[in-house]
Every structure is written in C-alpha cells, then in structure tokens.
Design a protein around this ligand. Structure first.
Ligand SMILES: *[C@@H]1O[C@H](CO)[C@@H](O)[C@H](O)[C@H]1NC(C)=O
Ligand SMILES: *[C@@H]1O[C@H](CO)[C@@H](O)[C@H](O)[C@H]1NC(C)=O
Ligand SMILES: *[C@@H]1O[C@H](CO)[C@@H](O)[C@H](O)[C@H]1NC(C)=O
Ligand SMILES: *[C@@H]1O[C@H](CO)[C@@H](O)[C@H](O)[C@H]1NC(C)=O
Ligand SMILES: *[C@@H]1O[C@H](CO)[C@@H](O)[C@H](O)[C@H]1NC(C)=O
Ligand SMILES: *[C@@H]1O[C@H](CO)[C@@H](O)[C@H](O)[C@H]1NC(C)=O
Ligand SMILES: *[C@@H]1O[C@H](CO)[C@@H](O)[C@H](O)[C@H]1NC(C)=O
Ligand SMILES: *[C@@H]1O[C@H](CO)[C@@H](O)[C@H](O)[C@H]1NC(C)=O
Length: 494
C-alpha cells in the first residue's frame, strides 16, 4: 500500500512538475451563440479528441460544466455583464451562485478562472463601475469555500483600454477608464491574477490595410518594426499589442501583473470587403500563434515570459450579429468537421511554418511589373528601385542572368521584386504607384532567380533605427514615393 502510494505520489509530483514547466498554454473559447451547435457533451468530445486542454466559456452553464466533468480540460468560466448589478449589490447573491452553479461540479470539472464582466470599456459607465465590487464579492465567496487559491478572479478587456498602443513603449491606459481600472489593477496585483485582454490583429489590419501589412498581422513579416524609444524590434502585431499593455502596466508601476490573452484568432470567411478573412489566413495566423506561444518565445519586452492564449473560437456561431466574418471565427463547423487543419500541440507546426518548400503556399509571393503600366511609370519606378531603393540591379545588366529578355517589363519585374522582398513583402512595398503587381507564382526562369521573403534586408527606407518617432507606425521599411524619377540608372536600361 505504502509503496504504491509513494509511487503514485512520486508520479503525480512528476506530472505536476512537468505541468509547471510546460510553460505557456493554448486554449480555445467556446461561444454558444448559434442555433445549430452540437450539445455540450458532443463539444466536449470534440475538444478532447483534438487534444485541447483549456477552454473558456462565457457563463457558468450547468450543461457545459457537467459535460467537461472528468475530462481533464481546465475551464475558465464567466459572469456576464448582465449579472454585474446583482453580483455587486449583495454578497449573498454571489454565495448562492457559487453554491448552486459552481461548487456542485467542482472539482470534477476543473475550473481555474472566473472572468467577472467582459470588455467593460465597451459597456455603459453604470455597468463598468460595478465590476470591481463584483470581483471582490466573487473572491470573498471563493474564500468562504476555500477555493481562492485554486480559482483566480479577473475580468477581460478589449484593447480599447489603451489610449495609446504605438510605439509599444508608449502604451498607456485611457484615463476615461481610470475610475474602474485603477482599483481593478490593485485587485489583480494583490491577488496575483492576470490582466486579461482580447487581442485582434485581424481588426488592426482590416481597419487600416494601408498602414498594417497582412504579413505583420499574420506573424510572417520578414521585416521589423522598431520601437524608437526602446530599440526593440517587432516582427508581428500581436507582440506589439501585448507589449503596449505591459508598458501601460509598468507606467502605473504594476510590474508583477501578467498579461493573459483571453481571445484572439482570425475569421475564415467574410463579406466581399473582408478580403483577409480566408481559411488560409486563419490557418496561418493560428498556426503561427500556437507556435509562438508553445515555444515560450515571449515578446520583445518580455522575452521568454509565459503567455497563455485562448483562440476564438471553437465553432462558427451563426447567430452572431454584424459583419459576415463575425459568424466565421470557428475552428470547427457545428457538425464537428474542421474549417481548416490546426495542431493545438504545436508539434507539427515547425514544418508548416518554416515551409522552405513554399511552392503552393499563400505565404510566398513575388512582386512584378504590371504589363498595364505605362512605360514612363515603369522607367521611373525602376530607376527609383535601383537608386534610392537600394536594390542590387547587377543581375539585369548585360551578360548577367536576368538581362534577357531585354525589355522594360522584365527588368522592372526583377527590381520591383527585390525591393519588395527586402522591405518586408508588404502590399505597400509592391505598389510602385500602381505599376507593381503581387503574384504567387515564382517568376524565376533559367538562371534568373527572383529573391523570396527573408532575402537580405538592406534598409531601403534609410536608417529608420535612428529615425524619430514620427516614423509611420507598424512598418519599419516604408515605401517613400517610389516614382520620383532619379535618372541615375537610366543608362542601364536601354
Ligand atoms: C453556501 O453553502 C455554504 C456551505 O454549504 C452554506 O454555509 C451557506 O449558507 C450557503 N450560502 C448560500 C447563500 O446559500
Ligand atoms: C444603466 O443606465 C441605463 C440608462 O440610464 C439603465 O437602463 C440601466 O438599467 C442601468 N444599468 C445598471 C446596471 O444600473
Ligand atoms: C495611416 O497612418 C497615417 C499616419 O500615421 C494616419 O494619418 C492615417 O489615418 C492612417 N490610415 C488609416 C487608414 O488608419
Ligand atoms: C523556439 O525558440 C528558440 C529560442 O527562442 C529557437 O531557437 C527555436 O528555433 C524555436 N523553436 C522553433 C520550433 O521555432
Ligand atoms: C517541394 O515539394 C515538392 C512536392 O512535395 C517536391 O517534389 C520538391 O522536391 C520540393 N522542393 C524542395 C526545394 O524542397
Ligand atoms: C495548391 O493549392 C490549391 C488551392 O488551394 C490546391 O487545390 C492544390 O491541390 C494545391 N497543390 C498542392 C501541390 O498542394
Ligand atoms: C490590366 O487592365 C485590365 C483592364 O483594366 C485588367 O482587367 C487586368 O487585370 C490588368 N492586368 C494587370 C496585369 O494588371
Ligand atoms: C544605422 O545607424 C546605426 C546606429 O546609429 C549605425 O551604426 C549604422 O551604421 C547605420 N547604418 C546605415 C546603413 O546608415
């Protein structure tokens, strides 16, 4: 008996240690705003089948809690905004809720977080002013049940809590929300609870596709955005947004509070205007996200810091109002089939995202000269690329591999592509006043090899690392009016 007990004890201690050292976690949000969704039991089976270990729900629905009993899945449950009034008014309301809705299913259903209210910066002031009192009452109820060490209390936010997020080092909370944020941050620090935030690079891109490159939003930019105050280099929007929060917290001297991402993701479908909402982009974003998180990469300001992230969302939810994309954030169709493949363990991710063989991949693109562009535009743009654009135009000179065919479109294509690849392969780097055209087929031929992303990074836009903070946010390398005729290299052409 004693021996086997010790064995079991040792084994479980080992497991606990493994668990502790396993670092950052990936979870999935299980929203239920659809009329065609599977039962909670079926959903729980799907979750287990796909090796998902962490689930966030938005309420404390009893069917859902029961469905995850003994599943090994850890649950984050929620108190909806509509309950904040009752939860803030009387402690007994919260005690009753805990007694009736949580304790009967605990610990068989492993609950580890309670979110009290969600994205309150988007709610009326009379609701947000209730949140801290409600959080305190939930903590008090947990203390009475002896669970305050096992279940953490927090509240989620949109990035709207910040009045500034760029550059990340200038991240600052909006003073509009000080009335509830300040006491909330004190509560979080005191109870070692995380600051929870919903982060959507998709919307940052969608709202400003000219300023934010798709590659930067999808974790696959080959160029960096520099924070002029800290010198930190950002290769993706996600990290920049997280660090903006860390800097905002540090500015208020809350140095111990950790950030947790309670929602992020990418829609697989949208209205015709939402061009970036595709299954490919959703797969790329989430795959790269998982890779980034599982590897404990951390962020530039907090390297190797653990960061738990929940992907939104488990299912496409057909009753969500708003744009077409709103109903298409799911990883699964209601029937349980995958919208696209995703490995939640991050194990097979390496091959997918390193993709040296990007023959058929959306992540490899080239920039060539449009056959529609006028000769004058092409000449100007070519001169610019080979001159101030810093492109090495040797290969298009006589007797070099890309000289033939000796015409303007071919020479411009080579130069445009080199400029594009050297400058982060962003849409704006293939603009050339409309003379550039992005293609997904490798234009290389014979011995004329077109550069691909990650090619050598000469900073065409000059030395932006020394530039003042007036630099356009998001892209470090920006296209400076490329169609200014320089004429320096005209002699090369003909
Ligand atoms: C909650 O349960 C505890 C323990 O069973 C009990 O002492 C307490 O009165 C209950 N509270 C309410 C409000 O039901
Ligand atoms: C907030 O104010 C609005 C309008 O004055 C009211 O309808 C609502 O019930 C109030 N909510 C709370 C939680 O007090
Ligand atoms: C892009 O950035 C510029 C300069 O910061 C800003 O003036 C402009 O409003 C931004 N455009 C969009 C669509 O956000
Ligand atoms: C994980 O991170 C380490 C160091 O941060 C890096 O060297 C390694 O390549 C990463 N692993 C993968 C699979 O990207
Ligand atoms: C790319 O993949 C194709 C098909 O899987 C294979 O035939 C080809 O050799 C690969 N090329 C490289 C450079 O790995
Ligand atoms: C390339 O992608 C297309 C469209 O996504 C697909 O139909 C085709 O089978 C893919 N080809 C390879 C070799 O993977
Ligand atoms: C050229 O212009 C035509 C008509 O405006 C357009 O349909 C076509 O896509 C353009 N081709 C390129 C390569 O830009
Ligand atoms: C860029 O600036 C850094 C530091 O100011 C300097 O060391 C470097 O030589 C500069 N590079 C170029 C290409 O001007």
């Amino acid at each position: 008996m004693a021996w086997s007990f010790r064995l079991i004890f040792a084994a479980s201690l080992l497991l606990t240690l493994l668990n502790l050292s396993s670092g950052s976690k990936i979870g999935v949000c299980y929203g239920r705003n659809g009329d065609d969704l599977p039962t909670p039991e079926k959903a729980a089976q799907l979750v287990k089948q796909h090796d998902i270990k962490y689930i966030r729900i938005y309420d404390s629905n009893i069917q859902v809690l029961k469905a995850f009993a003994k599943s090994g899945v850890e649950l984050m449950i929620g108190v909806p905004n509509s309950d904040l009034l009752a939860f803030s008014q009387f402690q007994s309301n919260v005690d009753t809720w805990l007694n009736n809705s949580v304790l009967p299913y605990y610990p068989s259903t492993k609950i580890t977080y309670i979110t009290v209210g969600a994205e309150l910066t988007e709610a009326p002031k009379n609701t947000s002013s209730l949140v801290v009192k409600a959080m305190k009452n939930v903590l008090t109820a947990l203390k009475k049940a002896g669970l305050h060490k096992k279940i953490k209390v927090s509240s989620t936010h949109s990035l709207g809590v910040l009045s500034r997020s760029f550059p990340p080092s200038a991240g600052a909370f909006s003073s509009h929300y000080a009335y509830f944020l300040k006491p909330m941050l004190e509560f979080l620090a005191e109870n070692q609870s995380p600051f929870m935030v919903d982060i959507y690079p998709y919307y940052a891109y969608q709202d400003s596709p000219t300023n934010v490159s798709l590659d930067y939003a999808l974790f696959q930019s080959s160029s960096e955005v520099i924070d002029p105050n800290t010198g930190l280099l950002y290769t993706n929007m996600f990290d920049a947004q997280i660090d903006a929060l860390y800097f905002a917290l540090m500015a208020l001297n809350f140095r111990t509070i950790k950030v947790m991402v309670t929602e992020t993701g990418w829609p697989s479908k949208g209205s015709p205007k939402e061009k970036a909402a595709t299954p490919d982009n959703a797969q790329i974003f989430n795959t790269n996200l998982i890779h980034h998180v599982i590897n404990d990469t951390g962020t530039p300001a907090k390297p190797r810091e653990e960061l738990d992230v929940y992907i939104f969302s488990l299912f496409n939810e057909n009753r969500k109002p708003g744009l077409e994309s709103e109903r298409n954030w799911g990883l699964f169709y209601p029937g349980g089939t995958s919208v696209y493949n995703l490995d939640f363990t991050g194990k097979s991710v390496t091959e997918m995202s390193s993709g040296g063989n990007g023959t058929n991949s959306t992540r490899t693109s080239w920039c060539i000269a449009s056959s529609n562009a006028t000769e004058a535009d092409l000449k100007n743009a070519l001169n610019w690329a080979c001159g101030p654009g810093n492109v090495d135009c040797t290969p298009i000179q006589p007797s070099q591999p890309c000289y033939e065919p000796n015409n303007l479109v071919s020479h411009a294509s080579y130069a445009f592509n080199s400029y594009y690849q050297q400058n982060g392969a962003t849409d704006v780097a293939c603009d050339f006043g409309g003379a550039g055209l992005k293609v997904t087929k490798d234009p290389s031929y014979d011995k004329c090899i077109y550069m691909t992303a990650g090619g050598k990074k000469t900073s065409a836009a000059g030395n932006m690392s020394a530039a003042p903070s007036t630099a356009i946010p998001i892209q470090r390398h920006t296209t400076l009016v490329p169609w200014i005729a320089v004429g320096l290299f005209s002699s090369l052409l003909l």
